[in-house]
Design a protein around this ligand. Structure first.
Ligand SMILES: C[S@@+](CC[C@H](N)C(=O)[O-])C[C@H]1O[C@@H](n2cnc3c(N)ncnc32)[C@H](O)[C@@H]1O
Length: 271
């Protein structure tokens, strides 16, 4: 347990020293994760963590992994990917080229899933911008090396997502890990971008931001929804996670629900 003051001082220190803004993250889940960080870094209290942030340059990158939740998997919630394949890609295929933003891409499993899906839909001219605030996640994502057991489980999700081949066609196995074909990442730009502090960087046809907003308080969710609205072209699509919704946001009237169950929205045409 720790006091509110120590908690606020740490979050403020991180912001002023590194410009990582956790001030509007859900406090209860941040607190839970900081309790785990105390154990991991053998600290008695948050003052010690703050001291490490101030004095040890290499400490903060390790701490980020504890401040955020990185859980992800390939073809997570396969119904989402099936719906994209059936309801969204046929429409997007009519554009000469596509820009897709995967915001909060973690270690890249969602990126690989999208890349496979686009390949199977015959969409060749696209760029995926895959962004996250955790540099270690981005480095892992670029390597596209995953645990064999994890990929074995993803095979069934791939079929549920309407996969038309075999997931094994896309990787080479080596001991207890698999390496996905680098071709899958040739149209992917990985970049450090924070939904809490950074701005629009391009015009997108599809934004997928799943299982990120659940860790934000309402005002930060609102910031992100506005960012997505400003980033999407007319008729562009937005996909959220299973526990996330546009329903209570100020931009909800600018979007049509395309698939309620799978949280897929389309920016409505406004003259
Ligand atoms: C639970 S993972 C979700 C991964 C993937 N989208 C999925 O649904 O499987 C959440 C990711 O959001 C990232 N994240 C947290 N805060 C962020 C922010 N302000 N801007 C961008 N990414 C953020 C974390 O680093 C983490 O990789």
């Amino acid at each position: 347990m720790f006091s509110n003051d120590d908690f606020e001082l740490l979050i403020q220190e991180i912001y002023s020293r590194y410009q990582y803004d956790f001030r509007l993250y859900s406090k209860s889940s941040l607190r839970r994760r900081l309790e785990q960080a105390l154990i991991k870094f053998h600290c008695q209290n948050l003052k010690e963590i703050r001291m490490k942030v101030q004095t040890e340059k290499e400490f903060f990158p390790q701490l980020i992994a504890y401040l955020t939740v990185n859980t992800t998997e390939m073809f997570r919630d396969p119904g989402y990917f099936k719906s994209l394949r059936e309801n969204v890609f046929p429409y997007l295929k009519t554009f000469p080229s596509l820009k897709i933003w995967i915001a909060g891409c973690s270690t890249g499993e969602e990126v690989i899933s999208f890349s496979i899906l686009l390949h199977e839909a015959g969409i060749k001219r696209f760029i995926i911008y895959a962004t996250d605030i955790n540099p270690m996640n981005l480095e892992r994502a670029k390597k596209a090396i995953y645990d064999t057991e994890q990929v074995r489980k993803a095979s069934s999700s791939y079929y549920e997502a309407g996969g038309t081949g075999s997931l094994a066609d896309y990787y080479q196995a080596a001991y207890d890990s698999v390496q996905f074909n680098q071709d899958l990442l040739s149209n992917v730009v990985f970049s450090d971008h924070s939904l809490a502090t950074d701005a629009v960087f391009s015009e997108m046809h599809l934004i997928s931001c799943r299982n990120v907003l659940i860790y934000f308080e309402k005002p930060l969710q609102e910031r992100v929804f506005k960012l997505f609205d400003e980033s999407l072209v007319r008729d562009g699509f937005l996909g959220l996670g299973s526990k996330e919704t546009l329903q209570f946001s100020s931009i909800k009237n600018k979007f049509e629900v395309r698939d309620r169950e799978n949280k897929i929205y389309q920016k409505a045409w406004t003259p």
